[in-house]
Design a protein around this ligand. Structure first.
Ligand SMILES: Nc1ncnc2c1ncn2[C@@H]1O[C@H](COP(=O)(O)OP(=O)(O)OP(=O)(O)O)[C@@H](O)[C@H]1O
Length: 548
């Protein structure tokens, strides 16, 4: 992509908003926002802001994060991982750890919780920019700690909001468990329920108090996990040591079947004693065999002489929350029942009062383009041609909007002889089709993938050079996650938001309230160039209306 075109012709990289926009929206005109920017913040705030947040009931530990600068890094040897895992990291091409990993991995290992069930491990909430490496910040310590286990039990559970993310995180775990005995499973409804049950607990009809597990680490969507908790015999969370909630703010907004309470409940010993009628199993010499009941569940399963056995008192599950836009909603945080939590935030430091609330990747350049509704497809054509986009993601608000744009762009390609591979990525596609599309996109075969917010979060593709928000995102967290599909892992990238005139006020107000207004430059269009694409566009439009 030709950067010089962007910077010279449009002169937008460093010179602030263009006149037409700033003039339109003075401070007085900024409308009230529909978002709660105070509750979804990642950066340092003024003393007054902090007092307001405190008054709103936000806990002190959330107001006082351990902060780390995004551009910090450290050597692979500096975080306390075992030498075999460091070797694995090197084999995977890592040469250093990013800021979030540098801070989180030692904190995680310090709270090593595999065998110490008498001390509350302490929970961690982590906020770090998109593409900053949050996944490895939990994958590596979990693999390191669990690789010392002897018996397979379900000890780590990772919850993610979409199937695509479950598959992506599974691939990351698979790459790092190589060389260990650890087994990684998924529950996402990709296969039949019975197949999934067999893969998680096997086929045994016998009921064990301690349950049974064929996997050490399970990555799941909340819905499918609930199904297993309800209907899979021997599926238990009693051995759980790590509960990771990735994309935490998104998940905590989903109350599907009250999934969070069910998980928390299933991982804690019941308070009312529900003694088992099962006897202990004995071997052929009549020696008692344990069926693997977790220590903290012992007294709720069996009548034990408690004076002889020192049972653990502290909760043993360590909760780990990750997001680029971590919620500070006191109600949501309270619902997690966190123990001795620590908040780690990767954020840029600076003058308190003028600090943006969101830290975006350093290599990301953000632009907005004001255009009329009927000129939006033409504007996308303009960007494709002017910037020679070879690997772009374009977010729309609806399936209809996606279809229409795809047909128009393909029609334009046909009319003008421009080679253009535009595809649609939506939840209507089968999972195998979506996987194939993502693969093609990663291999550089697709110029523009038009999609819904299904892949607006978490999806990691290093090839994305440009993100276009065809329809304006209404909420700041959605904006941050969309633009964060590019400029990942220290790369460069550009994000364009197409804004209709009547939407500009809301969009600017949203950016301003989030302290992000200065980062988004106005991208002025070269009108002559735009005109030159008009003929082909009109022909594509005519053909489309003729076909319909
Ligand atoms: N230490 C490292 N060295 C090089 N690349 C890394 C390192 N850590 C992570 N990466 C790469 O950075 C990319 C982004 O990582 P990841 O997907 O974990 O980001 P994230 O912080 O979870 O982003 P999002 O908030 O968008 O989900 C991945 O391709 C990952 O392989």
């Amino acid at each position: 992509m030709d950067d010089s075109t962007l910077d010279q012709k449009h002169g937008t990289a460093n010179d602030g908003k263009t006149e037409s926009i700033t003039k339109e929206h003075t401070e007085e005109e900024v409308p009230a926002l529909e978002v709660f920017p105070d509750l979804v913040t990642t950066n340092k705030q003024s003393k007054e802001d902090i007092q307001v947040l405190r008054n709103m009931g936000i806990p002190e530990w959330l107001l006082q994060p351990t902060t780390v600068e995004p551009d910090q890094s450290c050597s692979l040897n500096d975080v306390g991982l075992s030498s075999s895992l460091i070797q694995r990291c090197q084999d995977q091409g890592l040469s250093s750890f990013f800021a979030v990993q540098m801070q989180v991995i030692p904190a995680f290992l310090r709270r090593k919780a595999l065998y110490d069930t008498r001390r509350a491990p302490g929970d961690l909430c982590i906020s770090a920019p998109t593409g900053s490496g949050k996944t490895l910040a939990y994958v590596l310590p979990i693999v390191d700690i669990l690789s010392k286990r002897i018996v397979t039990r379900l000890r780590a559970l990772v919850i993610l909001p979409t199937r695509d993310l479950v598959i992506q995180v599974k691939e990351t775990f698979d790459a790092f468990v190589k060389g260990t005995d650890l087994k990684v499973g998924i529950a996402l409804g990709q296969h039949s329920f019975i197949q999934e049950q067999i893969s998680l607990v096997g086929k045994s009809n016998e009921k064990y108090n301690g349950g049974h597990s064929k996997v050490d680490i399970l990555i799941a969507t909340p819905g499918r996990l609930m199904d297993h908790l309800k209907d899979t015999p021997n599926f238990t969370l009693q051995h759980l040591r790590f509960l990771v909630i990735d994309e935490a703010d998104k998940l905590l907004n989903q109350s599907y079947q009250d999934w969070l309470n069910h998980i928390l409940h299933a991982s804690q010993p019941p308070t009312s004693k529900n003694k088992s009628t099962l006897d202990f199993k004995t071997d052929k010499y009549s020696v008692v065999e344990s069926d693997g009941v977790a220590p903290s569940f012992m007294s709720s399963c069996f009548d034990l002489p408690t004076s002889d056995i020192d049972l653990p008192k502290a909760p043993s599950v360590q909760k780990l929350l990750f997001s680029a836009t971590l919620t500070k909603n006191p109600g949501k945080i309270a619902g997690l029942h966190l123990t001795d939590p620590e908040y780690i935030s990767v954020q840029r430091q600076g003058d308190d009062t003028n600090q943006p609330q969101y830290t975006t990747p350093a290599g990301l350049k953000e632009f907005m383009m004001v255009c009329a509704s009927d000129k939006k497809p033409l504007t996308v054509i303009y960007l494709l041609k002017q910037l020679n986009i070879k690997s772009g993601l374009c977010f729309t608000k609806s399936v209809e909007s996606t279809r229409q744009l795809k047909m128009l762009l393909n029609g334009y390609g046909k009319q003008t002889g421009m080679k253009l591979n535009v595809v649609e990525y939506s939840s209507d596609l089968k999972s195998s089709q979506r996987k194939a599309l993502l693969q093609q996109f990663k291999e550089g075969e697709i110029d523009l993938m038009i999609c819904s917010d299904l892949i607006g979060r978490g999806i990691d593709m290093d090839c994305v050079e440009v993100v276009i928000s065809y329809d304006v995102p209404l909420f700041m967290d959605k904006y941050i996650h969309r633009v964060g599909r590019t400029a990942r892992a220290g790369r460069e990238g550009k994000a364009f938001t197409l804004v209709e005139k009547q939407e500009a006020r809301h969009f600017n107000g949203m950016l301003r309230s989030a302290g992000h207004y200065q980062q988004v430059k106005t991208f002025a269009v070269d009108k002559e160039q735009m005109k030159s694409y008009e003929e082909g566009y009109q022909a594509a439009l005519a053909e489309l209306s003729h076909d319909n």
